[in-house]
Every structure is written in C-alpha cells, then in structure tokens.
Design a protein around this ligand. Sequence first.
Ligand code: NAP
Ligand code: PAF
Length: 309
Amino acid sequence: MHVGVLGAGAMGSLFAGRLAASGAETTLLAHASAHTAAIRDDGLRLGRPDGSRATVGVDVVTDPASAPDCDAVLVFVKSTDTADAIEEWRPVLTDATVATLQNGLGNAAALVAALPEDGVLAGTTSHGAVVEEPGVVRHAGTGNTRLGRWDGPNDAPVERLAATLSSAGIDTAVVADPRTAVWRKVLVNVGINAATALARVENGALVERESGERLLRRAVSEAARVARAEGVAVGDPVAETRRVAERTASNASSMRQDLERGRATEVEALHGAVVSRASEQDLPAPVNRTLADLVRLAESQGSSGRGQP
Ligand SMILES: NC(=O)c1ccc[n+]([C@@H]2O[C@H](COP(=O)([O-])OP(=O)(O)OC[C@H]3O[C@@H](n4cnc5c(N)ncnc54)[C@H](OP(=O)(O)O)[C@@H]3O)[C@@H](O)[C@H]2O)c1
Ligand SMILES: CC(C)(CO)[C@@H](O)C(=O)[O-]
C-alpha cells in the first residue's frame, strides 16, 4: 500500500517517518520549506520518546503534478488548511482512500463534500510530535490511534491502512463510529486549549488551580451537551479531560504554542465549531463562545502581538 502523507509538519513527518522506516511505500505531500529541503538532503531525523534518534529516508513531493499514485493519503495539515489542501492536492486525493486524524470538527465532512464519498476515513491519534528544527522531529508522546469509515459503511480499506500503521509502530484500532472518537478528542481540546493559550499556562494548571478546574469543567460540560444532542455517547468527558491535563501537565497546548508564535490556531474547528453546532441544536454555549472570541482577538494581534517568541 503506497501511503501519501499530506502536510510535512510535526505529525505528518512523524507518521511518514514511521511508515517509511517500516518499509511501507511512503510519500510526503508537502509545501517546499527549509524542513522539506533538509529531509530531502539529509533524511528525516526522528527523535524517539526514549531519547534515541534515527535517520529515515522519506520521499518528498512538493508539486501535486509529480505525486505518485497513492492508495491512501493521511491528512495532517491544520484544520485551518484542510479546504485549501484538498483543492491543491485534489489530483492525488481523488483516487485514494483519504484519512483524517486531525483534531477538530469538520475535517471529515470537508473531505466528504469535496471527494468521492465512499473513500473517507476519520479518527484520532494521541501520539504527539514537535518539529524541533528543519529536518528534525521529536516523537513527544505515544498513545492510541483510532480509525473508521466516515458516514457508515463504505469500501475504504480501513483494515489495511490500520494494519500498515500498526506495522509501523502506530497501533491503530479500527472503530465502527469514528464520530464518537473525534467528538471525544474535541471535548478534551475545548477543555484545555483556549484556557491554557489565553492564560499562558501549562496544561497542569487546569487541574492544579480552582479557576483552571472551573474553566475546564464549564467548557467541556457545555460542549458535551452539544455532542449528546447530536446523539454521540461521550462518557465522562470532564474526568477524561482532567486525566489528559494531568498526563500532559508540563506541556504547552498546541493552541498556546500557535498563539505565542503568531500562527493561526484551530479555534474555529474546536470552540468555534462547538458554538455553531450548539446553535443548530438550540443550545446555549456562552463559555465556548467567549473563549473562541478571546482567542480570535488574541489571534488578531498576529505576529506583532506580545506573544512573539
Ligand atoms: N502535533 C501534535 O502533537 C498533534 C497531536 C495530535 C493531533 N494533531 C493534529 O494534527 C494536525 C496537524 O498538526 P501538526 O502539529 O502536525 O501541525 P503543523 O506542525 O503545523 O503541520 C502542518 C503542516 O501542514 C502543511 N500544510 C498546510 N497546508 C498545506 C497544503 N496545502 N499542502 C501541503 N502541506 C500543507 C504546513 O506547511 P506550511 O506551513 O509550509 O504551509 C505544515 O507543515 C492538526 O489538526 C493537529 O491538531 C497534532
Ligand atoms: C491533548 C492536548 C490538549 C495536549 O496538549 C493536545 O491535543 C493539544 O495541545 O492540542
């Protein structure tokens, strides 16, 4: 199975590196950058969670017209870039099974709307990765990966892709209902991301401080009501989010990192999407609405804001 990985950021590089190292035919579908040039010249240097490092050769293509036929493509651009990436790489995506493991609501729907409807897979991954410098990616944390056919039965070879990922050391479970997995991850993200980004605290502050605990609980409970109204069984999302905040206590959340670096955040696919879905269900979402507006305001400071590294 030839796997294309769309987006050579932290996660795309990690997945492409692990796949290539396992012997799977793999191509990174990427924008030209110092990072992709370094991978081409010297290979991808992949730091493992245990501190060891391996160099892996990974094919990189920056022109959609030169891309090889891919049986499957894993989408790892930020949610903000999904629509543009589909347009740019449409020739590669049209005949492939396309899988999203991105965070946020709306990525699978964007793929389904733009591509042949029988080939979309979606899910979540709890692996973590960081680009440390051009050509160097650190596999920051391991976890489970879940993947399933979006919108019910289709012909997409989910078992084959899951097996390919598992053989590359990314243990992947096939799930019948990826919508539940995606919502559950979104609930964790709405409980952690905006609060830590705006208050500029590490994730652990949300379980160590009463004010943080209150924000986490209110944002998650409100979003969970929306998920339940959509018929999604979300379990005990406040307890789950607290567990993740404890496990990642010393991490700066992705939204905090994005704001501090003057980059666009995924707020629209997280708190913003919760607010839109709440309004479709006639439910109030004042906490997520306020968090989303505060993040948008902070984002509008862009790279000239005080958060510049
Ligand atoms: N990092 C993590 O630990 C982690 C964990 C779980 C899930 N996730 C999720 O995984 C997704 C990716 O996250 P990430 O941390 O890997 O983001 P990232 O490091 O910002 O990487 C995104 C990459 O996508 C590229 N890109 C954007 N538009 C593109 C296009 N049209 N064609 C080709 N490449 C394009 C960007 O390149 P340019 O900037 O050059 O355009 C960038 O290299 C997000 O939804 C995130 O929430 C991340
Ligand atoms: C789980 C998480 C909140 C940990 O920092 C991560 O998904 C993030 O930062 O977006």
